[in-house]
Design a protein around this ligand. Sequence first.
Ligand code: IPM
Ligand code: MN
Length: 356
Amino acid sequence: MKIAILPGDGIGPEIMNQAVKVMNVLGEKFETETVPVGGAAYAAHGHPLPESTLKVAKEADAILFGAVGDFKYDNLERSLRPEQAILGLRKHLSLFANFRPAILYPELAGASSLKPEIVSGLDIMIVRELTGDIYFGQPRGMREAPDGPFKGEREGFDTMRYTEPEIRRIAHVAFQAAQKRGKRLTSVDKANVLETFQFWRDVVTDVHKEYPDVELDHMYVDNAAMQLVRAPKKFDVVVTGNMFGDILSDAAAMLTGSIGMLPSASLNAKNQGLYEPSHGSAPDIAGKDMANPLAQILSLAMMLRYSLNKAEQADRVEAAVKAVLKQGLRTPDIFEAGTTKVSTTQMGDAVVKALA
Ligand code: IPM
Ligand code: MN
């Protein structure tokens, strides 16, 4: 089993160290290769996703990814910015299906920004389409406005588009995820305004015919944002496009108290996957041994489950994470009175110990 390890920037390397520590005590034989990505790769090779890194990623069964981005690289031209690495990996490996769970651990109910009775027991799965939409649509650019009241003025433009096969495949993934959970799927769109998302709604409705056991409803994205903070437990599986999924998944993550707890999986049709925390590189706290490594460790668990077919090992890792939370260990992002504040390294060590 080949695993590519891409720690990236900011807190990426520190939290990755903890996940690798955990991986090494599972008693499994993994072949790993660690390569730079993002700003680290730009510094080493002049590109955020060099050919050498892409090659290792393509040949791996799974990719464990940290995070990319640092203030240092904010002034680079867009094509060289660290974020291009993750976008490039998604596109080159066709990682179209992004799973972003938002689960509230009972021990962390107090860390949520919402009242405990609104979030307790929360368990949502956001399925975000990851290789289409306005993120990748052509044409895009900056130019002189060709028409309209501001004709001739400078403008920026992007193109929102989805082809039918792209919508069908993500819909199938989402319906199947719903079948394995509470059998309810909410498709989020903006069909009242956008042609792309009227089309999305039509196609999802058609795919639904193959999944009569799943209850489907459609929701506009603005309403979905509202419902997420009003009554989040009404959701089971949510499927949506790339941009709406980006926004809604951050909101859903915060309901759980800390984005530092949430893993994600991005899969292609071959079940090859990239596993990364839902949070970013947090350069402001990098190098301070204070970042929460649990999202990275839980991303490892998702990797074991989805790409490596090791559900038992995934269960073990998840149980170990629950155990350290029960012990009251907290990195600063989830710290509250009455718990014990620990560092990134101490948290990693505690998970390793709980596994033994
Ligand atoms: C995410 C991130 C990325 C996205 C950025 C870093 C390109 O916000 O994974 O949600 O917008 O998809
Ligand atoms: Mn995002």
